[in-house]
Ligand binder design. Sequence first.
Ligand SMILES: O=C(O)CCC(=O)C(=O)O
Ligand SMILES: [Fe+2]
Length: 376
Amino acid sequence: FVPPPSAMSSHVSSTILFAGGFGTAKSKSAPKKKANKKSKSSILSDIQVDEAPKQSTPKLDRFGLPIPTEDDIFPPLTSDDGARVPVSDGDEFNKEDVAEALQHHIGVNLDIFDENGQSIHEEKSNRWKLKLLHQDPPVLSVENFFSEADVEQYKSMIESNEGNNGGGNGDAVQLSSPTFSSSLSLSRRTSTTWFCKYESMSCLLAKAQALLNVDLKQMEEPQLVRYRTGEEFSWHYDEIPSAQLSNGGQRLATLLVYLNDLDKDRGGGTVFRDLKSPVNESNKRKEKGSSKGNDNQLTVRPKSGTALVFFPAFKDGKADPRTLHKGEVALDTKMIAQLWIHEKEYQASVPENNLQVDAASGVREELERLGVKNVM
Ligand SMILES: O=C(O)CCC(=O)C(=O)O
Ligand SMILES: [Fe+2]
C-alpha cells in the first residue's frame, strides 16, 4: 500500500524525509543571496519583494545538527520566485485579465463564462460566478459551484463514512491526518480526511472537468476533509515531493469546495502567506507604514458551495512556492471537498480498486445535466 500524497501530513515534510535535507527541492540548492530591497515603487508598486529575515545562530539537535526553522522549510520568497501582484479592490471582472493571469497555468475553461464572469450553463438561479482573487500567481473563486443539494450530499457522505477504515465497502476511507512530531516538520494537520471512490463523487468530478477542462485520468482521489473545533492544516505547499512524481507528475491545480460557512471571527480560512488581499488605496497606505503587515494576507473565507482554485505548479510542472498556504485553525466545524489535478495519468491507491473510469458514465450524465459540452 502506497499512501496517496495527501495521506501524509504535508508534502513538504515528506520531501524533507526523502531528501534527508531541509526544505523543498527549491531550497536544496545553495542558498541564494536574499533580496534586501524594499518594495519597488512607481508602476511596480503592487509587486512585492520582501526584506530578508535576520540571520540568527541555528539551534542544534543532540547530534549537533541544525534544527530547521520555519524559514528553512518555508523559505521567505525572494525576487527570484517571481513577482506577486494582487488584484485591485473594486475592479470589475474582466475576462481578458483572467485569461492573461492564467497563461502559464493549466487554467480555467473561460468558454463557459460570460463577460461578467457568470457561467452560461445551468438555469439562471444556479449559475456560477467566477472571481479573480489574486492576479499573479492566479487564485480564483467560483461562487455557487455546488448547489445546496450537492453540499448536503457530500456532508452526509462524511457522516456515513465516519470511522470507515477501509474494512467495509463504504464510499470513502477515513484517515486521521497524522501530526508529525519530528523536528523535521513544522507542518501540522489535525483534520480528518476521507479518500473517496471516484464513482461516488461524479458531481465534483464533472464540475471540475467543466471548470478546468481536464481528463478524469489526471484526477487524484477526491477527498472530503473535516476540521473540528481547534483543528488546522498549518503552512504547506500542495506540490508533490520529487520522489513521488512518477505517479501522475506534479499537481497543477488545487480545487477545493467549502461545504459550510464560517464567519470572520470563527477562523477556518484558507490563507496564503505571501499573497495580499485585493488592495485599495487605504490598505496600500497602511502597508507602507508597517514593515511586516500580516493583516492583509489573502484569506479566503469558507462559504458553502464556493470553490477555490489555485495552482501549486505552472503548466510545465515547475512548482510555484508563492502558493504556500494553510487552513487556519477552525473554531467551528469546517468541511471541504477537495480535488487535485495532475500533469499526467494518476493511479489512485485508496479505497481499493478505485478507478477513474468507473466514474465516467456518472460524470457524462452530470455534464449533460449541467449543459456543458466540448470538455474532455
Ligand atoms: O482547509 C483549507 O482551507 C486548506 C486545505 C489544504 O490546503 C489542503 O488540504 O491541502
Ligand atoms: Fe493545501
